[in-house]
Write a protein that binds this ligand. Structure first.
Ligand SMILES: Cc1ncc(COP(=O)(O)O)c(C=O)c1O
Length: 396
């Protein structure tokens, strides 16, 4: 039977990681990866995670299955982190999922059951995995304009126009903060305009929050979700603890569904849990148990906030440093979008040919679109990076 298969296309980022690894040049820089890195170039386990893991090791008494919804204390703590003091609680249900990706996949299953004809609208561009993940699950996808690559701003008018053309009941996938790949998020006024159209046209917001705490702070970064929750009867929210707790491989996230009333919420909750049963049966426990311990203990929570702030501040600092270096080394070009963007990613603003030249001539690796991971920049490599970008731009 397998002779009917041909090889699946290789993941571009994995190929880039391998190329970077095999590059003998000591000055090489990897701006392609999708994880946070410290100034030392590693992706460390947070100290607070180590502490919570020790606690767990000492106190956990069973590895028996956890239910389809995961741990109730984790779900309650994550719901509060996501929605704040919400007046919509009786309409909300939250389950633990295997990362943000697992959450998106369960949401896709729910959408297919509830509204199989609906179109899911995604930003152009969006996180590279949104399309295969949601499309592969069977959802019909279309895109709305989002990033203006020439002027490095959000195409807000074109985005709103396209959303006005969506059919009632269609679903709009939005990034809560630190839009991946552009790093540019709507302003409060723009969120207001987006939610006006969503409410007027009976669209359903589907908000993906993979970087809470990486832009401004936990509450500000959840603004879009909390604002939207006050304006619409139904909403889908996927969260991930991969970045803000550094728990990538432990697969921790949540799926929250806001329903029109508590009766509908009970039905939705039963369907969500049934979708889980048909995919992975029950979520992994370890990472969510760690997050549950951290969020439920004032001392651990405080320690986590400090480490999260450290990661956010480092990213911010690297954005400013790179922009300052480029102002000095490439004064004819404007890189101010580096500091207008937040989180781990943004577009550098170079062509695919320049991406290739940066790799060949300088050992600087990034994906073809020119999206860079700011976490690959350090105080030690930023000057070399800026000089290489300046030389590449000057070469045309
Ligand atoms: C926008 C966005 N959503 C979701 C995810 C999923 O993260 P994970 O499945 O690792 O939790 C990511 C990860 O990079 C992301 O960037």
């Amino acid at each position: 039977m397998f002779e009917s298969l041909s090889a699946a296309s290789a993941d571009a980022i994995l190929g880039l990681i391998a190329e970077h690894k095999n590059d003998p040049r000591p000055e090489k820089i990897d701006l392609g990866v999708g994880v946070y890195r410290s100034a030392a170039g590693d992706t460390p386990i947070l100290d607070v995670v180590k502490k919570a893991e020790q606690l767990l090791l000492d106190t956990q008494v069973s590895k028996a299955y956890i239910g389809t919804a995961g741990a109730a204390d984790f779900n309650a703590a994550m719901q509060a982190l996501t929605f704040g003091d919400s007046s919509t609680e009786e309409r909300l249900s939250t389950i633990q999922t295997p990362g943000g990706s697992g959450s998106l996949r369960v949401a896709a299953g729910l959408i297919l059951r509830a509204s199989p004809g609906a179109t899911v609208w995604t930003s152009e561009p969006t996180w590279a995995n949104h399309i295969p993940l949601l499309g592969g699950a069977g959802l019909a996808l279309q895109s709305y304009p989002y990033y203006d690559a020439e002027n490095h701003v959000i195409k807000i008018d074109a985005m709103l126009d396209t959303l006005r053309s969506a059919a009632a009941g269609d679903i709009v996938l939005l990034h809560a903060c630190c839009h991946n790949p552009s790093g540019l998020d709507p302003s409060v006024d723009e969120w207001g305009a987006i939610s006006d159209i969503i409410a007027e046209r009976d669209l359903v917001p589907f908000i993906d929050m993979a970087y809470q705490g990486f832009a401004a702070d936990l509450d500000t970064d959840a603004y879009a979700i909390r604002h939207m929750a006050q304006r619409v009867p139904e909403m889908i929210v996927a969260t991930s603890c991969s970045k803000n707790f550094g728990l990538y491989r432990d697969r921790v996230g949540t799926l929250s569904i806001l329903s029109a009333d508590s009766k509908a919420s009970d039905i939705v909750n039963s369907q969500v849990n049934n979708v889980v049963r048909t995919i992975y049966s029950v979520p992994p426990d370890h990472g969510a148990a760690v997050v549950g311990l951290i969020l439920g203990n004032d001392e651990l929570r405080g320690a986590w906030l400090n480490e999260l702030t450290e990661m956010r501040d480092r990213l911010r600092h690297m954005r400013v440093l790179l922009n300052d270096e480029l102002v000095a080394k490439a004064p004819d070009y404007n890189f101010s979008h580096l500091v207008r963007a937040t989180g781990m990613f943004c577009f550098l603003g170079v062509t695919a040919a320049q991406v290739a030249r940066l790799k060949k001539d300088f050992g600087i690796y990034m994906v073809d679109s020119g999206r860079i991971n700011i976490a690959g920049i350090t105080p030690d490599n930023v000057s070399y990076l800026a000089a290489s970008i300046a030389a590449t731009l000057q070469a045309g």
